[in-house]
Design a protein around this ligand. Structure first.
Ligand code: IMP
Length: 174
């Protein structure tokens, strides 16, 4: 491979921020149960690390929505390719995503989930790239705001690689 990964946000920084978000969510939902909806595949690492640290009861489910191909540009089309197992009606749903970029994937997904009548519907993302936004989406919990650059690691990929990096990095051609 002719590329190198430069660390942007270290594993320690990411984990510390996740602990803060988990504490905030635990406080906001005191006495309630949460249904965490991780978005496959990118949101998996963040979703598991986050829910491990949440102190109120959590039900875990996953949904897959496709938006990106093997490159770095959005194809502008989103569809649900793997649906939830759980019925979310009357539940406190928190959608857990790796990164909000144009917002296209999430706006469609949130619209779809809202129609299933959850008690509440929140969005939690590890990263937010506000400069790239095309469709407005309400972000309730955000780990880090980043500039317009392509990042990998902590669930995020470049052509399906680097998802398992325990930190957030940028791809640099050698
Ligand atoms: P959106 O619909 O444009 O907001 O795209 C969101 C999805 O695109 C994310 O869930 C990621 O899977 C992918 N994505 C957006 N930006 C990046 C990036 O910098 N690195 C890796 N994946 C990204």
């Amino acid at each position: 491979m002719n590329e190198q990964i430069k660390v942007r946000i270290s594993e320690e920084e990411v984990n510390a921020r996740i602990a803060e978000i988990a504490a905030q969510i635990s406080e906001d939902f005191k006495g309630e149960e949460i249904l965490a909806v991780g978005i496959l595949r990118g949101g998996v690492y963040f979703c598991t690390e986050l829910t491990k640290r949440i102190t109120v009861p959590v039900i875990l489910d996953f949904i897959e929505a496709s938006s990106y191909g093997d490159g770095t540009q959005s194809c502008g089309q989103v569809k649900i390719t793997k649906d939830l197992i759980e019925d979310i009606a009357g539940k406190n749903v928190i959608v857990v995503e790796d990164i909000v970029d144009t917002g296209r994937t999430l706006s469609l997904l949130l619209e779809n989930l809202r129609k299933r009548n959850p008690k509440s519907l929140k969005l939690c993302t590890l990263l937010d790239k506000p400069e790239r936004r095309v469709v407005e989406v309400p972000v309730d919990y955000n780990g880090f705001q980043i500039p317009n650059e392509f990042v990998v690691g902590y669930g995020m990929d470049y052509a399906q690689r680097y998802r398992n990096l325990p930190y957030i990095g940028v791809v640099e051609a050698e």
